[in-house]
Each structure stands twice: as C-alpha cells, then as structure tokens.
Design a protein around this ligand. Structure first.
Ligand code: FES
Ligand code: FES
Length: 151
C-alpha cells in the first residue's frame, strides 16, 4: 500500500506491506533515535508521537500512520536539550538507551498538562523501563526542572 508519513515536518511517500511496523519504518528511514527493546509495547523505548499522542511504535502499523504527523526526538531537540541539562546536572544520564522514549513521554506530558506535578510526571513515566534502573536520580532532576519551569 502507498503510504505518506510526515516525520518531524518532512514528507515521505513509499510502499509499505500491511504488516510493516512503524518502528521498523522509522529506523529504515534513518530515525535511529527510536530504539527497539521489548518489541511488545511494554518497555517504552520506542515511543513517539502520532498526531501529538504518545504511542509505542513497535505496536503501531505503518499503514495506520498514513497522512499522520509523526514526531521523534529529532523533532523536539530544543525542549529535550533543556530537560537533558537537568539530568546531566544530577549526573544521572547513565547509558542513555531509554532516554529517547523517556523524553517523548515527557514531551507528551508537557503538551497535555502545562504545569504538571511530580506525581503526574511519575504517572507518565510509569511505562518507561530503564535497564540501568536509576529512576531516583532522574526523578530528582525532573523535580528540579519543574521547580524552575512551574513558576
Ligand atoms: S520496543 Fe516498543 S515498547 Fe518496547
Ligand atoms: S539509562 Fe540505560 S537503559 Fe535507561
């Protein structure tokens, strides 16, 4: 089937098979920030936005994304850099494999709730698994970010 995707503002038209998964399509098109973890919608590392909504790309058919707006971390670099500064200031960046999915959850949260509480942050991040498992440091960094940005 012919599919057109708008990824971070760039348009791509190509032929996709009915069972092609968006994660595979994005990586094939060069969006290597979108990581593959569990491949079963459980770990959150492949998360992206489709028409502004957070979805695990390993569980989303490419044909379903036809004519939709896709956002990967490459498309929100400025905001991500700002949040990442708080994470590096706490020294908790670790291996970084889960970071793109983690960041996309935060971007979705900040789109939906202007001044979230730390409880809401934790709720949005509940589906993002981190094999380095340093959640506490990351939460501390995000609490610092909220303290400055929720004023
Ligand atoms: S690879 Fe998609 S949720 Fe784990
Ligand atoms: S920072 Fe290593 S998997 Fe999360």
């Amino acid at each position: 089937m012919e599919v057109t995707l708008i990824i971070n503002g760039d348009r791509f038209s190509f032929s996709a098979t009915p069972d092609e998964i968006l994660l595979d399509t994005l990586r094939k098109l060069g969006y290597k920030s979108v990581k593959r973890g569990c491949d079963s919608t459980s770990c959150g590392v492949c998360q992206i936005l489709v028409d502004g909504k957070l979805v695990p790309s390993c569980g989303f058919l490419t044909v379903r994304a036809n004519h939709k707006l896709i956002t990967t971390i490459e498309g929100v670099q400025e905001q991500v850099r700002e949040i990442a500064n708080y994470i590096t200031a706490e020294g908790v960046e670790q291996c970084g494999f889960c970071s793109p999915g983690h960041m996309m959850s935060l971007i979705a949260l900040f789109k939906e709730i202007e001044h979230p509480t730390m409880e809401q942050v934790k709720h949005y991040l509940a589906g993002n698994m981190c094999r380095c498992s340093g959640y506490e440091g990351q939460h501390r960094a995000l609490a610092n970010y909220l303290e400055v940005n929720n004023r």
